[in-house]
Design a binder for this molecule. Sequence first.
Ligand SMILES: [Zn+2]
Length: 178
Amino acid sequence: MKPKYGIGDKVFKGTYDRVETHVTCPDCGGSQHILVTLHDGTELAIECGGCDPGGYQGSTGRIKQYVFTEIATPYTVTGVNVRANGVEYELNNFGGSYWTGAEAELFSTSEEAMTHATAKKAEHEAAENKRFMAKTKDEKSWAWNATYHRKCIKDGERQLEYHRAKVKICEGKSKEPK
Ligand SMILES: [Zn+2]
């Protein structure tokens, strides 16, 4: 394999950098709750699963997202390592710390490097979105949420009925002449 670049060549490495940001949850619109309608028409406001960070913390109404910025960084080739699986370049090795780069990510112009970085960025974002969609479409956890809260309401209603009945009995008894 013949290396494309030689020692002393100026090259541009096309990469993308990850920046953390928060956006409004697309499921609940930031309200932290969503409305679930059960088969019998019962509507329940439950904590949004889309922005639930997990653990004991409640839904936040915001989700963490990563935005990527593409960059083209200029380097000077200071070493060329020809290997069976490709050429790896040593970059800016002037005695201190240095970088490496595969031939596929190095270009002679910053425009080419940016084009490469944009394509790589798009690939990565698509994968990230897939993961995100998988999380929000987790029907099992939604179902569990609804079932759990419904059970609590049912239990609550049963208790309410019981206590109401008790109060009625007491009232009835108190009205009985002695
Ligand atoms: Zn949400």
